[in-house]
Design a protein around this ligand. Structure first.
Ligand code: AMP
Ligand code: GLY
Length: 416
């Protein structure tokens, strides 16, 4: 089976590894990919979506997998273009991908289908934003567009809110777009993943990611500094409640709105005292959650994704391991405000009892990996208990290092 995976980060490295290790024989292509990914996948050069589709057609690609989101909503949309070309695509059409691309679209969808979420107002300018905040803190401010996980600020006070409003609505740091002022929700967070094929879905494993740069959940938001996954995180009737109040109404809502959907759907959920409320949808797997979840999946992942993309959701093709999986991110100096490149990374070969997925690395002229991005790589370890997995992931991560490395010390322990 010839598979092309779109994306270049740690999530795509994990997806490609899971496809590669599947019993189904695969030949994997990667766009745009990374040096680490090219060790198991062939590089594809394309100058844009039409070019990429042309490549898939002329190379008889059987399946396209959308790792990251941007191509889903760019031009006519990756899945839409694949459909025209007759290539099964694991990823939704542009119309449904608005659930991720536009936070206002997502909020209107949640309200229309009575899916529990925080109250909100959408505003255009700083005066209306101040009016919507109404002096009530903490407040949550979200730029309405793709901002690589950095368009959201949870503001404890007026000073921090003013600073973010200025960046987004005056300096236009993320470009043109509206801003959502949202009700602050309190509680532990959980990310739940499902595979959706139109009106059918399968709930995959739950996970928790750690978004702040610093220990104790201090400092600015990042793309994610680590993640934990285990079926044990479905405590009590949590799975049943989330399914009934959030997942099922979402899948039914897509049907009612005439929005066909194929692919992973990510539910970012806050477990509030009033019950689970949805914070956001993502039309793809989470990063770094994918790196923790995918190593827990057995069976034939490649066949599962191919069948799903062809319209046949086949839950029996995969199984979930018991136990815990923990993914620990090592980030470069300056992240998340900036990121330093060119620091040589040593020790990958010493990692024995864990997996490594590369997020922002490249090979230098000597053939060694060096830093080339904010989040540099993750180490993922499994254990029978959460404590086992924590010990192992830290023990193995210690073996790898580079100048200026930033790594949290409480991944897998904080928030449990
Ligand atoms: P989002 O990209 O919308 O998931 O937001 C990123 C992060 O900001 C979430 O994972 C939460 O930690 C936090 N956040 C988002 N919305 C809220 C909210 N309404 N109340 C509290 N925290 C939030
Ligand atoms: N880990 C959060 C995300 O992928 O958006």
């Amino acid at each position: 089976m010839k598979i092309l995976v779109v994306g270049k980060g740690g999530r795509e490295h994990a997806i490609i590894t899971a496809l590669h290790e599947s019993p189904t024989e695969t030949e994997i292509y990667s766009f745009p990919g990374s040096d680490a990914i090219f060790e198991i996948a062939r590089a594809v050069e394309a100058s844009g979506l039409p070019d990429l589709i042309e490549f898939m057609k002329s190379n008889q690609i059987d399946l396209c997998v959308a790792g990251e989101e941007s191509y889903l909503v760019r031009d006519e949309g990756l899945a839409n273009a694949c459909e025209v070309a007759g290539i099964p695509c694991w990823g939704p059409p542009k119309e449904a991908a608005q659930l991720e691309a536009s936070k206002e679209f997502a909020k209107e969808f949640m309200v229309r289908h009575a899916i529990p979420t925080g109250g909100y107002a959408a505003v255009e300018n700083i005066d209306d934003a101040r009016l919507a905040i109404g002096g009530k803190y903490p407040t949550v401010l979200k730029f309405d567009g793709l901002a690589a996980g950095k368009g959201v600020a949870v503001c404890p006070d007026e000073a921090s809110a003013e600073e973010f409003l200025n960046e987004v609505l005056v300096e236009r740091k993320f470009g043109e777009g509206r801003l959502l002022v949202e009700e602050f929700l309190d509680g532990p967070e959980i990310s739940i993943f499902a595979s959706v094929v139109n009106d059918e879905y399968q709930i995959l494993a739950p996970a928790r990611d750690y978004k702040r740069i610093g220990d104790g959940d201090e400092g600015p938001n990042t793309g994610g500094m680590g993640a934990v996954s285990s079926l044990d995180m479905f405590e009590g009737d949590l799975k049943e409640v989330v399914d009934r109040t959030i997942i099922q109404p979402t899948v039914e809502g897509l049907g009612k709105d005439g929005l066909p959907y194929t692919g992973f759907l990510y539910f970012g959920i806050m477990l509030t005292a009033e019950g689970p409320k949805i914070l956001e949808y993502n039309c793809r797997f989470g990063d770094p959650e994918a790196q923790a979840v995918l190593p827990m999946i057995g069976g034939d992942f490649a066949k599962y994704v191919f069948e799903g993309a062809s319209g046949n959701l086949s839950p029996d093709l995969i199984q979930f391991n018991s136990g815990w999986s923990i993914c620990l991110v090592s980030a470069s100096a300056g992240y998340p405000e900036s990121s330093r490149s060119g620091d040589v990374i040593s020790g990958f070969d010493a990692v024995e009892d864990a997996r490594v997925f590369h997020a922002g690395t490249r090979k230098n002229a000597d053939g060694n990996f060096e830093t080339a991005g904010g989040r540099v790589y993750v180490v993922v370890a499994k254990g029978d208990t959460r404590q086992d997995a924590v010990e192992k992931v830290y023990r193995e991560s210690e073996k790898v290092s580079f100048d200026g490395m930033q790594r949290r010390t409480d991944i897998g322990t904080r928030n449990f």
